[in-house]
Design a protein. Structure first.
Length: 221
């Protein structure tokens, strides 16, 4: 964990990517404020900050300590929002690909009456779907895009509504202990949604790469 630094010249060096920043004070908070403000001017987001080459503890980021100088060198890394969202969408698509087998297995376990094991699988499936839905919604918010028309050839709002409907059907079948309907909903309906969402997320990510990739590479060079 970083501790108060005994820097000979009494100054902390602060960088945003390859740019040297001027800060008001030498605390971590001052460096963060300067870096976030400069990144915003450039249309970018700060995604990482290191002190003397080491990661900064989460508690220091949440509540920056007041001692100064915080370190001899603070380096902030920024990214173009479109590429950050793109990476998140691709991760979400990969998660869906991986979860499809667990969905099918959960459906099979329900059919054979192994409900306890099925619930373990189903809990993980629902957790992944919740994270994927947030990735799409938060990504659109970050980019300032309406969910309804952010996706080419698909109404994003309808996409989310359809998924919500599927998950509601699963909860209803669980409450009613309608194992046949639950098995079908998990093994087949969610599989259709996974295929649909995977396609949508990857197409959206590809469009973001086309629109933003070159600009980000120019900024980094």
């Amino acid at each position: 964990m970083p501790a108060p630094s005994s820097v000979d010249d009494g100054a902390v060096k602060v960088y945003l990517d390859n740019e040297t920043l001027t800060t008001e004070g030498e605390t971590l908070g001052a460096a963060l404020r300067a870096g976030v403000a400069r990144a915003r001017e450039r249309g970018r987001l700060v995604v990482e900050i290191n002190a003397d080459g080491a990661s900064i503890p989460e508690e220091h980021l949440a509540d920056p300590p007041a001692f100064e100088p915080y370190a001899e060198e603070l380096r902030l890394v920024s990214v173009e929002p479109g590429l950050l969202v793109r990476s998140t969408l691709l991760d979400a698509a990969e998660a869906l690909e991986a979860i499809r087998e667990r969905q099918r297995r959960a459906g099979e376990l329900i059919q054979t009456g192994e409900t306890a094991e099925a619930m373990t699988e189903l809990t993980e499936v629902i957790s992944v779907w919740s994270a994927v839905r947030r990735a799409l919604e938060d990504g659109c918010t970050l980019l300032g895009l309406p969910l309804s028309d952010a996706i080419t050839g698909e109404d994003g709002r309808r996409l989310v509504e359809d998924l919500t409907g599927r998950l509601t059907d699963i909860r209803s079948a669980l409450q009613a202990e309608d194992w046949s309907s639950l098995s079908d909903a998990v093994a087949y309906d969610l599989d259709e949604e996974a295929e649909r969402w995977t396609t949508v997320l990857r197409e959206f990510a590809a469009r973001l790469e086309t629109n933003h990739g070159d600009n980000d590479r120019e900024t980094e060079s």
